[in-house]
Design a binder for this molecule. Structure first.
Ligand SMILES: [Zn+2]
Length: 357
């Protein structure tokens, strides 16, 4: 199984394969975008199980992921609002609608397979998502940006769509194979004020998830596959190539309390070692990435500076607050080209120089 592999070389190989797939899908993506122009973002927990392109059977690069501990975001966060608003303005300038999946996650079979970022409290996770959705409505009004509260149920990898009135929700695991038209009507009733174009761009994702759930059911996969065995702490952006289950905790750079998010993720990794779920001799990796689109100018060079800074910043926090993790750590720092998803290595170390307190 892929996810039993460890180490920096495994990560680089994974990235190379993902980048190749991403490049191979360029034509498919362009065709899809032509048909379904709505720009789609997903705000989600750093939990590695939440792979929306797979769950919705959508080509890589269609859904823009933003990841943070527990999927907690807040439009007041200075860096987050700047990044997100840039995306909104870009979409508007190209005449496209924006849709944002505001997600939380849980597992229907066992509360302890839910979100550790919320101490497995699914109600709290859902309420936080609803609050964030309301914040989007307040800021952008109804129209330019459409937020949708969406639960991600990880046992069957099913989406739970919450209607715009926060009263009704539909668990896609309960919807059998159905016609495009029926699906369109279902979405119309959940989201009566959603522009028709967005409904028709949401439909293929919903359809994809219904298909995906029936495949998961048919595969009868063992449930322990969904337990926490992460061995990577990813800090930064550009990680949609790193979506293998049980592999990474991802901390986005958005949270003003970034150091707390890094500390929490480091503690979760340490817990995986202490409780025997991962073997530290196979390599525990602090992976830092920044993302850029334009290789020619300052954006690329700023990206390099950011990756180096974030890597050192994260390591300092781990040394200070979760020192027991340090002897197990390997370091991989680099940048991800958003045009190809290719990761360029700036720095790699197999062990951390011993430090004195
Ligand atoms: Zn979570």
């Amino acid at each position: 199984m892929l996810h039993s592999s460890h180490g920096i070389d495994y990560l680089l190989d994974l990235n190379a394969r993902h980048a190749q797939d991403f490049i191979d899908l360029a034509t498919e993506r362009r065709r899809y975008r032509g048909e379904h122009p709505t720009e789609i973002a997903a705000l989600k927990c750093m939990d590695g199980r939440l792979n929306l392109p797979v769950m919705t059977q959508t080509a890589l690069g269609i859904i823009q992921p933003y990841r943070n501990l527990g999927g907690k975001f807040e439009l007041g966060w200075p860096f987050f609002q700047a990044t997100l608003d840039q995306w909104v303005q870009y979409s508007i300038s190209r005449g496209r609608h924006c849709m944002v999946f505001v997600t939380y996650h849980f597992a229907r079979g066992d509360v302890h397979r839910g979100c550790r970022g919320f101490n497995y409290d699914t109600d709290a996770a859902r309420d936080t998502a609803i609050k964030l959705k309301d914040q989007f409505d307040r800021v952008y009004g109804k129209g330019a940006v459409i937020p949708i509260v969406c639960g991600i149920e990880t046992d069957l990898e099913a989406l739970i769509l919450h209607g715009e009135d926060d009263q009704r929700s539909v668990d896609l695991a309960n919807i059998r194979e159905t016609s495009q038209l029926e699906l369109f009507e279902l979405l119309r009733s959940l989201y009566p004020s959603m522009p028709e174009k967005i409904v028709s761009d949401l439909t293929p994702l919903v359809h994809g998830n219904i298909r995906h759930v029936s495949e998961i059911r048919a595969s009868n996969r063992a449930i322990e596959d969904a337990e926490h065995k992460e061995w990577v702490l990813g800090v930064g952006r550009g990680f949609d190539w790193l979506h293998v289950i049980n592999t990474a905790f991802i901390v986005g750079p958005f949270d003003p309390h970034l150091s707390v998010a890094i500390e929490t993720a480091a503690n979760l990794l340490k817990g995986n070692i202490d409780e025997g779920r991962v073997d530290p001799s196979k390599g525990i990796v602090l992976l830092t990435s920044s993302a850029y689109r334009d290789a020619a100018g300052a954006e690329y060079r700023l990206s390099r500076e950011k990756a180096s800074f974030l890597s050192k910043f994260s390591l300092d926090i781990i040394k200070d607050r979760v020192p027991g993790l340090v002897p197990h750590l390997q370091i991989l720092t680099g940048l991800t080209d958003l045009n190809t998803r290719k990761f360029e290595v700036l720095e790699r170390h197999c062990d951390i120089p011993v430090f004195t307190a």
